[in-house]
Design a protein around this ligand. Structure first.
Ligand code: ATP
Length: 529
């Protein structure tokens, strides 16, 4: 994506193209598609899984492998209920909630004062001139003495959210099927504006399960949860890691793994899913270093995004203001990306103080202090947490990489080239390998040799069907940074000068160069590292 288009229609069309390419080429499929799909869940196809693995491996290398003071962990997904009671996930957000259909304000259903009056009910709306219409039940409650035009105005505003042409004024919308109904002591309407609310639902986002063969639904002691974040197992294993690894403050524990949240409204492709992967580091430190380390981690994370091909200018940093941060956090930055559907969070970098370890010490009654040998001090460390979403980063990589270029082809005709400009280190396939002709055994044999030379070191794709130009386009569309063609020069048919050399074509510039087969592996390894 070279630039974020200002028009919502263009952005929606762009997103559609990306989604369709992902399906067509096997990056991402909807989970259980043949059964109608499992909402909020996605399967990564052959190319998607390579892309995701490359991202995770690079994150691991940069954070764990290349840092002396960060170690890894792979905690269980099934989580002890006491862990999540201590962290505040159980019991914390389990109230029945409903949303205002007009403003999307979320209200505690049990705190809405019952109201009486006349409900103005509608079945939909339309706009004659543009041919737009919608069928949807909606209602507005008017209290005694309120003007009926207020109900119509509110209803028009509600239906205007669904207009495809945002230039149309809500005033121009025709309401359909108006009828009135006496309402007594109802909690179905927003007391602030009379708008209908959604049905009340439990707002605990965690997936609950029961452990054991004889698990009985009523047996509370068998309850476990699918973890809603990877962070908690890090806190819970803090002492074990400390005692087995001779680590000294400041140090981090990193984890990549699945998390689960029963999101009420999964949307924007994979952006808000119910099952997703996180890449988190809990970086433990002394209190006096917490604020500075938060800024330092923000910079490190921004550099990481640049290294995988998401430039700084497409990222936004939100310094989350007081009152909007989690109550225990002294500083939080949200790193946001310009997705076609809006600027949205990719990662949070939060200074969580000593809140988590203190809570687990309190609930488990186990000592979770750190002992500083030099200063002879014992204390609960503070923690800075860079917490990134793997799926959201994959989505950002796909959006960033997607491009449609107009180029002049070999026949001097203009054509559209769909190309994914993935950085070579992230690209799912590193090189396409093509024998010029498939019916020439010497070419095929040599191409297979080149394939075997590279295969143990990187993902390559052998392709012998169709014209070379077509083969290039197929690789451009999936973001393969290099293509290697084995031709008559390679097998010495045009003399000895170019024997055992191949044509190497670079995806973005489309430039071609001649390179000896013996240099190929190192050349590519350097580019994709
Ligand atoms: P949001 O406000 O978007 O729900 P959050 O602030 O609740 O996100 P965190 O709890 O801070 O998210 O989780 C850290 C990271 O995990 C997020 O920045 C995001 O990349 C990822 N993440 C969280 N929820 C989801 C989800 N439902 N689907 C995909 N990724 C998610």
């Amino acid at each position: 994506m070279s630039e974020t288009s200002p028009s919502p229609e263009k952005n929606a069309a762009l997103m559609e193209k990306i989604v369709s390419l992902c399906k067509r080429r096997g990056f991402i499929f909807q989970s259980a598609e043949i059964y109608g799909g499992l909402n909020g869940c996605w399967d990564y196809g052959p190319l998607g899984v390579e892309l995701k693995r490359n991202l995770k491996e690079y994150w691991w290398r940069k954070n764990v492998q290349e840092n002396d003071n960060i170690v890894g962990l792979d905690g269980s997904i099934l989580t002890h209920q006491e862990v999540l009671k201590a962290s505040g996930h159980v019991g914390g957000f389990s109230d029945p909630m409903c949303d205002c259909l007009l403003t999307r304000a979320r209200l505690r259903a049990d705190q809405i004062d019952p109201q009486s009056g006349v409900a103005y009910c509608y079945t939909g709306a339309s706009h004659e001139e543009s041919g737009w219409s919608i069928e949807r039940e909606y209602a507005v409650l008017l209290k005694e003495g309120q003007d009926e035009n207020k109900a119509r105005k509110t209803a028009r505003l509600y239906f205007s959210q669904f207009l495809t042409d945002k230039q149309i004024s809500p005033k121009k919308i025709e309401l359909a099927g108006e009828r009135t109904e006496e309402v007594r002591e109802s909690t179905r309407f927003n007391p602030e504006n009379g708008s209908l609310l959604t049905e009340a639902r439990e707002f605990n986002l965690m997936f609950k399960t029961h452990l054991g063969a004889s698990a009985d639904e009523a047996d509370e002691s068998a309850v476990a949860y699918l973890r809603p974040e990877t962070a908690q197992s890090i806190f819970v294993q803090f002492k074990n890691v400390l005692e087995t690894n001779r680590v000294k403050l400041p140090f981090g524990i990193a984890q990549i793994g699945k998390s689960f949240r029963n999101e009420i409204n999964p949307r924007n492709y994979t952006f808000r899913s119910r099952e997703f992967e996180q890449m988190e580091i809990e970086f433990f430190c002394r209190e006096e270093d917490g604020m500075a380390l938060t800024d330092e981690w923000l910079e490190r994370r921004l550099a990481f995004y640049e290294e995988i091909g998401i430039p700084r200018e497409h990222l936004h940093i939100l310094d989350v203001p007081d009152g909007e941060r989690a109550h225990y956090s002294r500083k939080t930055y949200d790193i946001e990306y310009e997705f076609p559907f809006g600027i949205q969070e990719l990662e949070g970098v939060a200074y969580r103080t000593d809140y988590d370890l203190s809570k687990h010490r309190e609930h488990s009654k186990k000592p979770l202090e750190y002992f500083d040998e030099e200063k002879k001090e014992k204390f609960i460390p503070h923690v800075v947490e860079p917490s990134a979403g793997c799926d959201r980063t994959v989505l950002a990589l796909l959006c960033e990489a997607f491009d449609e270029e107009t180029i002049t082809n070999e026949k001097d005709k203009e054509e559209t080239r769909v190309v994914m400009h993935f950085s070579p280190r992230i690209a799912p396939v590193k090189a396409g390998i093509f024998p010029l002709l498939k019916n020439k055994p010497e070419l095929v044999k040599k191409a297979r040799q080149v394939e075997n030379l590279l295969k143990p070191f990187m993902t390559v794709f052998y392709d012998e069907t169709g014209a070379i130009g077509r083969r290039y386009r197929r690789q451009d569309e999936i973001g393969t940074p290099y293509c290697v063609t084995i031709d008559f020069d390679t097998i010495g048919e045009n003399g000895d000068d170019l024997i055992d050399t191949v044509t190497l074509r670079e995806r973005d510039s489309m430039r071609q160069q001649r390179i000896p087969i013996s240099d190929l592996r190192n050349f590519l390894l350097e580019k994709i590292h």
